[in-house]
Ligand binder design. Structure first.
Ligand SMILES: [Zn+2]
Ligand SMILES: [Zn+2]
Length: 269
């Protein structure tokens, strides 16, 4: 069983960050998040967070980035000099830009920011994304009551994150969870979340030796996959973020077998 594919330090760091995000979310005033639910847009796959007015408190965002820096330093003391440089670069204007770009997954922006300032490529986006999540999670909490389905291929109906995690609930019903904003919704058992295929001949389930509660659902049409964890036996259900982390070995197996977390676009005609 391939469980030890990432270091214990990495997992500990991620778990500490999940804990921080839970605390940060409590510091937010729910009134600062005002969804404007547009049924037609949502049915077309527009993430609800993009239709939500959010009053970001920039000083809080900057403070959270500092807290992530402190946590990162604990696990990676060699980053001290670079993280200090980020602190000196981050002013209000940059913070607003970071929020916007993290919101829209602008990997190109963050990579060029890192290159421009001589930072490791992953650091700026990681910091921005980490500090953005409490806002997305609170948005998801507000919108959750009206979320029951997702448009295949459009990702999470709240934040747009590509789908990669599901659990089996009562009677074996498949519930998709977003590890980014923690929204959840139902999906058909035999449906590819990436391309919408329901063809039982091309949708398969891979199992992992020694891991009786997990499966990887793969689709031969778009080469996409999602992880399915049977959490019915769990007394307390872990958060989607933790489930996602604890099942990272499944991502490795899926990707080693040629499947992707984002399905390929189907050729039409
Ligand atoms: Zn989401
Ligand atoms: Zn598919």
């Amino acid at each position: 069983m391939i469980k030890s594919v990432v270091s214990k330090e990495y997992m500990d760091l991620q778990k500490e960050i999940v804990k921080l995000q839970e605390q940060w979310k409590l510091q937010l005033d729910p009134e600062t998040i005002r969804p404007k639910l547009d049924k037609a847009a949502m049915e077309a796959g527009v993430p609800a967070a993009a239709l939500t007015a959010i009053d970001f408190e920039i000083s809080l965002f900057l403070q959270w980035i500092e807290e992530v820096n402190t946590t990162l330093l604990k696990f990676n003391p060699e980053l001290a000099e670079k993280l200090a440089r980020i602190t000196s670069l981050l002013n209000e204007e940059t913070a607003i830009r970071w929020i916007d770009e993290a919101f829209s997954f602008n990997h190109v922006y963050f990579t060029s920011f890192a290159v421009e300032h001589g930072l490791e490529e992953w650091i700026p986006q990681f910091l921005a994304e980490t500090a953005l999540r409490p806002y997305l999670q609170l948005t998801a909490e507000k919108i959750q009551p009206v979320i029951n389905r997702a448009v295949p291929g459009a990702g999470c109906p709240v934040c747009g994150e590509p789908v990669r995690l599901a659990t089996l609930a009562d009677e074996g019903k498949k519930v998709i969870h977003c590890p980014r904003c923690q929204a959840n919704w139902h999906a058909k058992r035999l449906e590819c979340s990436h391309c919408g295929s329901e063809d039982h001949k091309t949708i398969q389930f891979l199992t992992i030796e020694g891991d009786a509660i997990s499966q990887i659902q793969v689709c031969e049409e778009c080469k996409g996959y999602i992880k399915i964890i049977d959490t019915r036996q769990y007394i307390t259900k872990p958060s989607a973020a933790l489930l996602d982390l604890n099942s990272i070995h499944l991502d490795f197996v899926a990707q080693e077998n040629g499947y992707n977390a984002v399905g390929e676009k189907k050729e039409t005609n």
